[in-house]
Design a protein. Structure first.
Length: 209
């Protein structure tokens, strides 16, 4: 009699173990769970592809500076931030027959955002004098450029800057402003300023002109 009671008891234990094991497999060992884990890395790949696409997008836009006289490249820090390259252009911008200097420095910050900083210097009395307007740099987000700068040398030296303020997010449009700089008494002064339409990427306003 004792053995008859023992057999169904162990059968019940065995069945319980099988049921519990099956539940654990469904919860943690199911192939569906693996499929949910795999896409975690996918956004990073798509983000890199988008960044590359966005950075190539303004290919039709140029800042007006071509054929640099000097080019230097630099090593970024461990986070991928810092100045990556610098180009120098010697151009006579005030018509005195002496080559002045425009320097463009490209900065990365380890993300999809970056900027170009410009320095404009006139040669006076054999020395370079910095006439750069304050905070004269571009601003680029992952998908939209908030500030772009374009130089022109004919019929006279002129710089056009189109910028817009950051609004809520980098991709939220805001009203852009076009500022034109010209030389006056060997100084860069604002010759005109005008509000434009609301955009995300100010590059579009240059290409539309």
């Amino acid at each position: 009699m004792e053995s008859k009671r023992t057999v169904p008891f162990w059968l019940i234990i065995a069945l319980m173990i099988l049921v519990i094991g099956g539940m654990i497999y469904l919860l943690f060992g199911s192939p569906q769970k693996t499929e949910k884990i795999m896409p975690v890395g996918a956004p990073a790949i798509r983000l890199d592809e988008n960044v590359a696409r966005v950075r190539r997008a303004p290919a039709n836009f140029t800042d007006g500076l071509h054929n640099p006289n000097e080019t230097s490249t630099y090593q970024l820090d461990e986070t991928g931030a810092g100045i990556s390259n610098q180009t120098i252009y010697y151009r006579d911008i005030n018509g005195d027959g002496i080559s002045d200097r425009i320097t463009r420095s490209h900065y990365e910050n380890g993300t999809s955002h970056y900027w170009d900083s410009y320095t404009i210097e006139l040669v006076q009395n054999g020395k370079y004098r910095d006439i750069t307007p304050e905070n004269f740099r571009t601003t680029h987000g992952a998908e939209c450029s908030l500030t772009q700068i374009q130089f022109s040398f004919a019929p006279k030296f002129q710089i056009v800057k189109i910028s817009r303020p950051w609004h809520e997010t980098w991709n939220s449009p805001s009203v852009a402003t076009r500022t034109i700089y010209e030389l006056s008494d060997n100084k860069l002064v604002i010759s005109s300023q005008k509000k434009l339409q609301s955009v995300c990427d100010v590059t579009e306003l240059f290409l539309a002109e």
